[in-house]
Design a protein around this ligand. Structure first.
Ligand code: 4AD
Ligand code: MG
Length: 430
């Protein structure tokens, strides 16, 4: 048995392929079966004269997505999808599928999402998941090559990292805990032990908004580096994104092609990325729209981010937002205490924020005061404050949203196709 992805090394040879029937066409004396096995698709040809009449009849009635084992000779054929064809001489029906709910005609998104477990088998979803797999590998390799240790943060947590309005509460014996919004606070403990760490895990936000870029469960990658300042992690973030994009463009051409993704904008991605301050971003927005001005102090919403990111061919780093619209743990700019030493990276082509990060407040008394200002309880943060009691150092990090990055790479309208089983405000199944 061989996998379809290996077919090019079997030219002229007899092989066996284990897969599913993707598609079927017939014309009297000849049947064409498109077979997929999860590594690729191949067209199989069955000539009436080459097989028994039982096999020929069987080929005419196999239903879409039936599992089959086919045997035959591999033949190069430039016109065939994938460049090879299989001259089939034997078929074993493993399981005859019931009438398949997903056909070639277009289906509504709700129908497709309800059949997500089957929708995953279609070409576009296959390509997205291949790209996702490649990005995940690239992430691990990037950090490994730079001496980072993967550090797993807990999912059940006693407190909020990113504000109390998007917390999922979970009963925990006689008390309650929350699903983690971010592994950051734990990564901070990790970097004090291991120097350079990154988390890679699911994070949760009870986002009540229905948007194209919010999931309630998404995967986040969060590096945290001891002794690093804001500049250091801006540099890390642009190196990181560049590495991932170059790697995907190089290794996932075929999948990007299936997605009809124009790869030219991706091929342009290289460091350094443009950097602007929040103030410069405000000026850019207000120059464009004289009538509805963005007020200083507001965080940017999707339309503002889309406008800013369309002004650049590369991802843009916006740094030093007003402290009032950002998180409690961010260090203030010593040159202007109204600002946080933070950065957002907006992806080009209108995609908006894919990364958020900052230098962390490392002074005990200041951090205690911030907890008060943000109305956060002190007790569940005592362990976090300890990091400022025992050998506190400057440190910084950021979080990349995996599905946001993928939506840009795949140029997908909506983030929900970027994860095998999306969770949103109105969907938690299948
Ligand atoms: O900007 P955020 O909220 O930052 C943090 O969570 C920090 N603790 C990260 C850090 O410094 N270690 O989230 C980081 C990224 C966003 O830029 C976005 O890409 C993604 O996570 N993200 C979401 N992705 C999908 N659905 C959501 N609801 C998301 N919320 C954030
Ligand atoms: Mg953010």
């Amino acid at each position: 048995m061989i996998w379809i992805e290996e077919v090019s090394s079997y030219e002229g040879k007899e092989v066996e392929i284990h897969g599913w029937l993707h598609n079927r066409r017939s014309s009297g004396k000849i049947h064409f079966l498109t077979i997929r096995d999860g590594t690729g698709i191949i067209q199989g040809v069955i000539l009436r004269d080459n097989v028994s009449s039982d096999t020929f009849k069987l080929a005419d009635r196999i239903s879409q997505e039936s599992s089959i084992i086919v045997r035959g000779k591999v033949r190069e054929d430039k016109r065939a999808p994938g460049g090879y064809e299989l001259e089939i001489n034997g078929i074993l029906l493993v399981h005859s599928a019931e009438p398949y709910p997903i056909s070639k005609k277009s289906h509504g998104i709700d129908f497709l999402l309800s059949h997500r477990h089957l929708w995953l088998r279609s070409r576009r979803q296959y390509a997205i998941l291949k790209v996702r797999g490649e990005v995940i590998l690239a992430i691990h390799e990037f950090f490994d090559s730079r001496g980072f240790t993967r550090f797993d943060a807990p999912i059940l947590t006693p407190s909020a990292c990113e504000g109390t309005t998007t917390l999922f509460e979970v009963p925990y014996f006689d008390s309650k805990v929350y699903l983690s919004q971010s592994g950051q606070l734990y990564a901070e403990a990790g970097c004090m032990a291991l120097g350079k760490v990154y988390t890679f895990g699911p994070t949760f936000r009870a986002e009540k908004s229905k948007t194209r870029r919010h999931l309630t469960e998404f995967w986040q990658i969060e590096p945290e580096v001891a002794y690093a300042n804001l500049d250091d992690i801006m540099k890390l973030a642009e190196d990181f994104v560049t590495y991932i994009i170059q790697r995907v463009v190089e290794r996932r051409k075929e999948e990007l092609n299936i997605l009809e993704r124009d790869t030219k904008p991706l091929e342009l991605i290289k460091t350094p990325f443009p950097r602007i301050t929040y103030q410069q971003a405000i000026d850019l927005l207000n120059k464009q729209n004289e009538t509805s001005k963005t007020q200083w102090g507001e965080d940017f919403g999707a339309p503002q981010e889309a406008y800013i990111s369309q002004q650049f061919k590369l991802p843009v780093l916006i740094h030093r937002y007003p402290a009032e619209c950002k998180a409690f743990y961010m260090k203030r700019d010593p040159e202007d205490s109204h600002l946080s030493l933070c950065v957002d990276m907006l992806a080009p082509e209108g995609y908006g924020e894919i990364i958020g990060g900052s230098q962390r407040e490392d002074d005990l008394a200041t951090l205690e005061q911030r907890l008060q200002e943000f109305n956060l309880p002190k007790e569940p943060h005592e362990w976090y404050l300890d990091l400022r009691r025992y050998g506190s150092v400057p440190h910084s990090g950021f979080g990349l949203g995996l599905e946001r990055l993928l939506a840009w790479i795949c140029k997908s309208h909506h983030i929900r196709e970027m994860i095998p089983f999306p969770r949103t405000i109105d969907r938690s199944s299948p």
